[in-house]
Design a protein around this ligand. Structure first.
Ligand SMILES: [Zn+2]
Length: 459
């Protein structure tokens, strides 16, 4: 039996309504809203109506996890994946690779779990197999790695409650976020338009022996709390686990090459016989690990999806828990706080201010206790009062100043409207005045970005 919260029911009804006029609908729901429950409810309805339905996932663990969820909800289903015999069930949990290769039957509804992963080519192959089928995409982060939206695949999108509301309602745990930078990431190169390249990460991470710092900070902030460490590579995850063990903590690394049941048992041992698990990319979306209280972010990522999915693992609700997020690589600088309000757009992914120009306009990192929090004159963690800095006339130093384009000025104005902060209005006005003076010629307005961002972040 499947019972939905009232807001989930409302969302489900709205979603169903969208399928009347549309062939493809993207359902955005933050971690904690109950994306899986919604997926199950849709599958259950399809089973009742005997609509041939494929629930498409992109990884083996997710096949198992979905089957488990379906079984719990009493949804009879088959599996389309290597090693599974074909069955005649109306509902099939399918690995995307197998589905793209074969065309097992005539599906009328395709549900794409974690649909931001589906490569356009894969989507088109499957979609081409079933020209009559309707498509439902499920994701917490409806954007690709490069930040682009999914308008090429979906006609419309429905967003569920934001993360902040879910925390306030007690459906996700509250958290504390700490900025403990141990790696210099300036100049880290990205792979095309995507995430950082493996080589660049290796170089940056190898430049310092960071494991000692990670253990020290973990001890200082949340000693003994069951943790998941998100690392940049399998060897790095193994090395970190090794160092923890040397320091007396029972910690295991988990990776994709491990035998499946061993991997599952290892994850389940967290909080029981294990204090920590270290992993590369394995524990991200859909991977349930409710025992985790602390997240050690040791993998720099340019991907908002990956960042939110990793911290989402730690925010799973357990009564009385306050999650601890220790950010060793400054991911918050690129992606803000986990529950920073985000506006999603089908065409452009996530709408936010120009990141490169305005680093974290709304958050501060405390220099006393290293907490990261929303902009405030006093640190809510330790009570540290930020010194008020007199606004000095910007010195024109080479390398610190750069030209502001009309687009950047517009972004700054939009930011001022959004945040309602006076400092933003003043900055926008000032930049505009300077640009006006020079008739918006290229190379017109100068603004001391670097100093500004340091003020905003460092206090
Ligand atoms: Zn503080």
């Amino acid at each position: 039996m499947l019972t939905l919260y009232p807001d989930q029911q409302e969302y489900f009804t709205a979603l169903r309504g969208l399928f009347q006029p549309h062939r493809s609908v993207l359902a955005q729901a933050a971690t904690g809203f109950g994306k899986t429950v919604i997926g199950c409810k849709v599958a259950q309805g399809a089973a009742l109506r005997r609509t041939p339905t494929a629930f498409v996932v992109h990884r083996q663990e997710l096949v198992d996890q979905t089957c488990e969820a379906f079984t719990k909800c009493g949804i009879a289903h088959g599996v389309i994946a290597p090693g599974h015999p074909e069955t005649r069930h109306d509902i099939q949990v399918a690995s995307v690779f197998t589905l793209a290769r074969r065309k097992p039957r005539n599906f009328r509804l395709i549900i794409w779990d974690e649909c931001h992963h589906a490569a356009a080519a894969q989507w088109r192959t499957v979609s081409g197999h079933y020209p009559e089928a309707k498509h439902l995409g499920l994701t917490a982060t409806p954007c690709r790695l490069d930040g682009q939206g999914l308008a090429d695949l979906y006609e419309t999108m429905l967003c569920a409650k934001p993360m902040r509301e879910l925390i306030q309602m007690g459906r996700l745990s509250p958290y504390r976020y700490f900025n403990l930078p141990v790696v210099d990431l300036s100049g880290l190169r990205k792979r095309g338009e995507g995430d950082y390249s493996h080589e660049a990460l290796e170089r940056a991470m190898a430049s310092r022996a960071i494991t000692g710092d990670v253990i020290t900070e973990y001890k200082k902030h949340c000693d003994g709390a069951p943790f998941i460490a998100f690392c940049h590579s399998v060897p790095a995850a193994q090395a970190l686990a090794e160092s923890f063990r040397a320091a007396g903590y029972p910690v295991q690394s988990v990776d994709g090459k491990m035998e499946r049941t061993l991997r599952r048992d290892t994850v389940r041992a967290l909080g029981r016989t294990l204090v920590g698990i270290t992993s590369c990319d394995l524990i991200s979306e859909g991977f349930d690990c409710p025992g985790a209280v602390a997240g050690l972010l040791v993998r720099p990522t340019a991907s908002l999806s990956l960042h939110l999915q990793q911290v989402g693992r730690i925010l799973r609700h357990v009564p009385g828990k306050t999650a601890m997020l220790l950010d060793f690589v400054g991911n918050y600088l690129r992606h803000y706080l986990p529950d920073t309000p985000r506006e999603w757009s089908l065409s452009t992914g996530v709408v936010k201010p120009v990141r490169e120009a305005i680093e974290c306009p709304d958050i501060r990192a405390c220099e006393k206790c290293y907490a990261v929090h929303e902009w405030a004159p006093v640190c809510p963690y330790c009570g540290h009062v930020y010194p008020v800095q007199a606004k000095a006339a910007p010195k024109q130093e080479k390398g610190e100043l750069r030209e502001m384009t009309p687009e950047e000025i517009q972004a700054l104005e939009a930011l001022a409207r959004r945040t309602g902060r006076l400092a933003d209005y003043h900055a926008a006005e000032k930049a505009k005045a300077k640009a006006d003076k020079r008739d918006y010629k290229p190379g017109s307005a100068w603004y001391k970005w670097k100093n500004r961002s340091r003020r905003a972040v460092g206090g």
